[in-house]
Ligand binder design. Structure first.
Ligand SMILES: NC(=O)c1ccc[n+]([C@@H]2O[C@H](COP(=O)([O-])OP(=O)(O)OC[C@H]3O[C@@H](n4cnc5c(N)ncnc54)[C@H](OP(=O)(O)O)[C@@H]3O)[C@@H](O)[C@H]2O)c1
Length: 307
């Protein structure tokens, strides 16, 4: 089958690859759409040449899981590949714990933008516990994960601030009611929860903004530089926690991943969250789209149509 794989110069190219091998809990999906996210850029840049790419999947089940779990043959589904990727291919194997049927009303383009980013946003927010009336800071708020984190935190009743890197970023977030936007210079803590989607200097600065007993959930290394711990952070923030969060954590336990994907699909279908899909392109254009993402030229998610 045809698939995009990583190249030695940090991009992707087409190759003929074998049909994916499956365990008994995995189903085979004919892929119709994916999306272009920062995680895909990381795969292209950091994985050995020849590695599979693509974290988000929308498609149709062609072979159900042998153990009977998950959606049936012919079901239209969305799912998350986990770290092993492989969604930028004609077919992909997905574990039944990370794939759900989706309603016709949810378009391929929107559904494809939900799994990876939505699970990450939920995992980051979960680190803060009960969010009603809590002060939440989301860094990288203009990004795909950031926008969903902002919306999900607002739905949970939090008082949300989105950190932006430029005045243009502030304009891009004006669509959200009740959202306070702040630049690095004017953001005012303390926050009960910081969901950091940038890393580097932003993470270093965010550590100073966490409340005593607050939580800083670190999900990202978008910025190139290494974060540093502010002087006497532990003394100034007794009880504060810095936790590393991964969107695959615990998703296979007790149907958690499935429930979360169903929640994301329901919220998007009813218009309560919007993953901000601003365009769609053929997967033939994937190398150019990755380059544009790396140059911070993409605003919103671009759906990738796989044929
Ligand atoms: N831990 C997990 O399980 C998990 C899961 C999914 C994603 N992630 C990570 O989460 C991060 C966000 O993912 P995404 O898909 O939302 O990325 P994205 O759509 O590319 O958004 C990146 C965001 O970071 C900002 N940004 C980029 N470089 C920056 C810099 N040097 N300094 C300050 N801000 C910068 C961008 O601001 P501008 O708009 O101004 O460029 C944008 O708001 C990525 O690092 C990704 O790998 C982690």
């Amino acid at each position: 089958m045809r698939a995009l794989i990583t190249t030695k110069d940090g991009s992707v190219e087409f190759a003929e690859v074998p049909e994916p091998r499956r365990t008994s809990s995995e189903l085979l999906v004919q892929v119709s759409a994916s999306t272009v996210a920062r995680g895909d850029l990381n795969t292209a840049r950091l994985s050995p040449p020849g590695s599979p790419v693509g974290l988000d999947v929308v498609g149709t089940v062609v072979v159900p899981a042998a153990d009977g779990s998950g959606p049936e043959e012919g079901a239209r589904v969305m799912g998350y590949t986990g770290a092993r990727a492989g969604g930028w291919a004609e077919q992909v194997a997905l574990d039944s714990s990370l794939v759900v049927p989706i309603p016709d009303a949810l378009t391929d383009d929107v559904a494809a933008a939900l799994p990876n980013s939505g699970l990450a946003a939920l995992a980051g927010l979960e680190a803060g516990g009960f969010l009603l009336d809590r002060r939440v800071l989301v860094t990288g708020a203009t990004g795909g994960v950031g926008r969903l984190a902002v919306q999900l935190a607002q739905l949970a009743g939090a008082e949300v601030t989105g950190l932006v890197s430029s005045p243009q970023g502030r304009d891009r977030l004006r669509v959200f009611d009740w959202l306070t936007t702040a630049s690095a210079d004017d953001v005012a803590g303390p926050f009960d929860l910081v969901v950091d989607l940038v890393g580097g200097d932003v993470l270093s600065q965010a550590m100073s903004l966490v409340a005593e007993d607050g939580v800083l959930a670190s999900l990202a290394q978008t910025a190139p530089e290494t974060a540093s711990v502010p002087f006497f952070w532990f003394a100034m923030h007794p009880g504060a926690k810095l936790v590393s969060v991964n969107n695959t954590m615990g998703q296979r336990e007790a149907g958690r991943g499935v429930r979360r994907l169903e929640l994301l699909a329901r919220l998007a279908q009813t218009g309560r969250i919007d993953p901000h899909v601003t365009g769609a392109a053929s997967w033939e254009e994937a190398p150019d789209l990755l380059a544009a993402l790396g140059a911070r030229e993409l605003d919103g998610r671009t759906a990738l149509r796989i044929s």
